[in-house]
Design a protein around this ligand. Structure first.
Ligand SMILES: [Zn+2]
Length: 607
């Protein structure tokens, strides 16, 4: 039997000095949180996860129905549309899928041609061409060039590390290892692992193609058979105002990932063995050498332009001096669409991922709209598209925000309603340690009776894996509250619950409404997220990056210097090298999180 949570909630809220607010504010916030109802969260989720919506993939009627539903709810709450005059910010997307039968990868080793086997030795990333018009089109790319191996392909001046230092990559195809040196601090390692950062670095060094391989330990986490279909489904990019795919590098005319077998074939001609280069990589030492071989990559892709939309609502702040500053909440509405069938069901319902977060955010919006007086600063509710394809909707929003970027003081993201699995003793605040949002989180958690636990899987760098990272890249302090692994019910082993969910339901049709879901606990988690945004909107100071923080130092200046995404997009490549994120293989990474997290969870459990 579960302790009746609503009772607990009231007791907690009434007995604590909520957020150090003055009495009327505290009472108002207390009253508003009562608008967050478990039944409403369940009802929203049931609608959004229904088979009728076919898994809410961007560009499908199912997504558009979900978007209309969200807008309808927001309108009913009395909130205002905030996407250039309406509820919907149109996000133009280009989708491309490699035509494997028409594509090829051939190596010339010691003067002999060797055609590699698609799906066995390699898989090609899609090559995009700028679409000329709406509708289907064929993109074709061809590159033949000598090969140079460049270790991780990382140039990190702040770490005094450069794989390219001793080699000339101009006009060459670079072979590089997935990831970045484990000797880097974890945040920096995550940043330099980013596929976009690496691609920009390759282009900056004159490379015209990339062939990637993975370390043996990464193959353990991301098995080839598991990875392959996720790359084969294709990629999406958002299109800028000129119709050009964002974060795409036409200079790189071929992009392949080798399997372990493919890597063995390539290295049969190399001056060093795979074992030697893996050992150097593990030691965190830069390395590069010419491989006496060349590669011919021919890529054919079917591409199409589709439209999806973010849904944006606003609650105007009550303080004339502060109302032009915004706290932005985000939750992604999209999911994967139609998937490989499980038990006869081929709809990826995305009930927890992220119908639950969307539903929690709708209820948070309801709580805000029920305040007798809006908070001092304004609140934006951005329900975004294309998260599953690489944070596309949030990245688009962060480039073309409904309000000046400079006026956005914080982002609170919800990817999976916190508490949805079970009643929690603790929460994990992803990103809180990077900015003064950490203090806000501590205060909100205290008033809710939650402990704040450190990220149980820091090596997974989850902070850069959901929509909050799109804001971080534009210099905005951000936080994402996720589940702690300690349940209030001693009979529930939180770690086991999450671990099991990741292998049995994550990104499958079984993430549906027929699984155990704790709506009371999700409502409590939503109150926590409400309180974080509310405190930021009320307090005198705006959140700031911690002194010397990597994200703050790297991206913070953007926030102050740039007012609109149009300008951001026009910034020179040399600046953008430090200011963008991964989409190339990002989705793969993101999808791989399920597997990777398991490793981490096992490790935690063993400790
Ligand atoms: Zn997902």
């Amino acid at each position: 039997m579960r302790f009746p949570l609503r009772m607990l909630l009231c007791v907690v809220l009434l007995s604590c000095n909520l957020l150090g607010q003055n009495a009327p504010d505290r009472a108002a916030a207390d009253a508003a949180t009562k608008a967050i109802r478990p039944d409403e969260i369940r009802a929203h989720m049931r609608f959004l996860a229904d088979s009728l919506l076919q898994g809410r993939a961007p560009g499908t009627p199912g997504y558009d129905i979900a978007a209309r539903y969200v807008a309808t709810e927001l309108e009913g709450m009395g909130l205002h549309p905030a996407a250039s005059g309406g509820w919907f910010q149109s996000v133009p997307l280009e989708k491309a899928v490699t035509d494997a039968a028409a594509s090829s990868l051939t190596l010339t080793l010691n003067g002999k041609e060797q055609k590699l086997a698609d799906a066995k030795d390699y898989v090609l990333s899609t090559w995009f061409a700028t679409p000329l018009a709406k509708g289907e089109a064929r993109a074709e790319s061809d590159v033949t060039a000598p090969l140079v191996f460049v270790g991780f392909g990382v140039t990190a001046p702040d770490q005094k590390y450069d794989d390219y230092a001793s080699v000339d990559a101009h006009g060459k195809i670079v072979g590089e290892i997935y990831g970045a040196p484990s000797t880097f601090p974890s945040t920096e390692r995550a940043y330099y692992s980013d596929g976009i950062v690496k691609a920009k670095n390759a282009v900056a060094h004159g490379a015209i193609g990339v062939i990637s391989l993975m370390l043996p330990e990464d193959w353990k986490r991301y098995p080839w058979e598991w990875l392959l279909p996720q790359i084969q489904v294709g990629e999406m990019h958002w299109l800028n105002k000129a119709g050009v795919p964002h974060d795409f590098f036409p200079e790189l005319r071929g992009n392949a990932l080798l399997s372990q077998r493919g890597a063995q074939i390539l290295f049969s001609a190399a001056p060093k063995t795979l074992e030697q280069v893996f050992a150097t990589a593990k030691a965190g030492k830069p390395q590069a050498f010419t491989v006496p071989a060349s590669a011919h990559i021919h890529t054919v892709a079917a591409q199409s332009v589709i439209q999806s939309s973010n849904i944006v609502a606003e609650l105007k702040g009550s303080d004339l001096a502060l109302r032009d500053q915004y706290v932005v909440y985000t939750a992604h509405v999209d999911h994967l669409g139609i998937c490989p069938a499980v038990e006869g069901d081929n709809v990826c319902h995305g009930a927890l991922d992220n119908a639950s977060g969307t539903s929690a955010l709708l209820e948070i919006a309801r709580a805000y709209s029920s305040l007798p007086k809006p908070p001092r600063r304004s609140i934006l509710f951005a329900f975004v598209t294309g998260e599953e394809m690489g944070l596309l909707g949030s990245d688009y929003f962060a480039h073309f925000p409904a309000v000046p970027l400079k006026s956005i003081v914080a982002n609170v993201n919800i990817d999976g309603a916190p508490g949805i699995y079970y009643s929690m003793k603790d929460v994990v605040a992803l990103g809180a340690e990077h900015s003064t949002l950490g203090e806000v989180v501590d205060s909100a958690a205290k008033s809710m009776g939650y402990q704040v636990s450190p990220d149980p899987m820091p090596e997974e760098v989850s902070f850069i894996r959901s929509d909050q990272y799109s804001f971080v890249l534009q210099g905005v302090p951000a936080v994402d509250i996720t589940d702690g692994v300690n349940s209030t019910d001693p009979k529930i082993n939180g770690l086991e619950v999450i671990k099991k969910w990741l292998v049995t339901r994550y990104h499958t049709p079984l993430d549906n409404m027929d699984q155990p879901i704790d709506f009371d606990s999700a409502a409590k988690g939503a109150v926590m997220d409400f309180l974080i945004g509310y405190q930021v909107a009320q307090q005198d100071e705006i959140p700031a990056w911690n002194k010397g923080d990597f994200f703050g130092t790297t991206f913070g200046p953007r926030h102050n210097a740039i007012n609109t995404g149009e300008q951001a997009d026009r910034s020179p490549v040399s600046v953008r090298v430090l200011c963008d994120r991964t989409i190339v293989r990002f989705r793969t990474l993101q999808l791989a999180a399920g597997h990777a997290s398991l490793d981490a969870l096992f490790q935690v459990q063993q400790k």
